[in-house]
Ligand binder design. Sequence first.
Ligand code: NAD
Length: 288
Amino acid sequence: MTAQLLDGKALAQRMQAELAQQVQTLQVRYQRPPGLAVLMVGDNPASAAYVRNKERACTTVGIASYGKHFPADVTQAELEQTIQALNRDDRVDGILVQLPLPDHLDSVALLNQIDPDKDADGLHPLNLGRLVRGEPGLRSCTPAGVMRLLEAYQIDLKGKQAVVIGRSILVGKPIALLLLEADATVTIAHSRSHDLSTIARSADILIAAVGRPGLITPEMVKPGAVVVDVGINRITDETGKSRLVGDVDFEAVLPVAGYLTPVPGGVGAMTVTMLLHNTVWSYRQKFE
Ligand code: NAD
């Protein structure tokens, strides 16, 4: 048996093509394109690559970019003023602060400044509260991307055992809540969980969102389970070459799982697309 791959890249391309078509029609009706502002601080190469990807994807679907790049020593006050100006800017429908930020900055205080209707990453407490209550609202991009991917492959979640490994506010917790909303029976495991192997092996749907290469071995996977690898880790192999891997030992788990996301080409591709989706959603909310 070999797992079927959950192809996030292909789904993302299809979704981006649909968004591009929508934007083409809507910008004539509303006299302007949707707008997204990505705020980046400092020169972290991984963050810079993510921001470039996001801006490229915006261009593909016709979203205008109002991104700003600040030096690493920018003050909290300057960032807060920028966010407030973007909140007032009618051309901007989505605002995202690229995380992580340098230590002297308070990222939670910054996220709280974003107008909840422009909160493209769904991390404002109001949107997280809506998620907890199961009300419509902007959902965090990576968790929403995972759900879209499962939906696209018609994976039945109702009554299934789902195990989410990782409990961050960015990924683990919101994924667990979305799975709960989809009627799965959800367990959240984390760094203090006892006997992770047994917990993981109970899962029909296993989500790894930790940031540890090779954490999920084949013994931890129930045969036929759906395995979603959210982890993104850069490793250097024996030949000295660097590459991206997830949290799942991909080659070893492939013959055991029923479905598996590749890294890259799985969840990561969906994350960027959900950011575009959220921006267009906010834009439509404003006019419709
Ligand atoms: P985080 O460091 O905030 O959280 C990691 C979580 O893993 C914590 O809740 C911790 O309890 C848990 N954990 C740590 N060690 C563990 C262990 N040995 N066993 C079980 N649980 C353990 O990280 P994050 O922001 O949630 O990101 C997790 C991973 O997802 C990272 O690799 C990150 O790069 C990746 N990520 C991917 C995307 C994407 O688009 N694919 C988006 C965001 C984050």
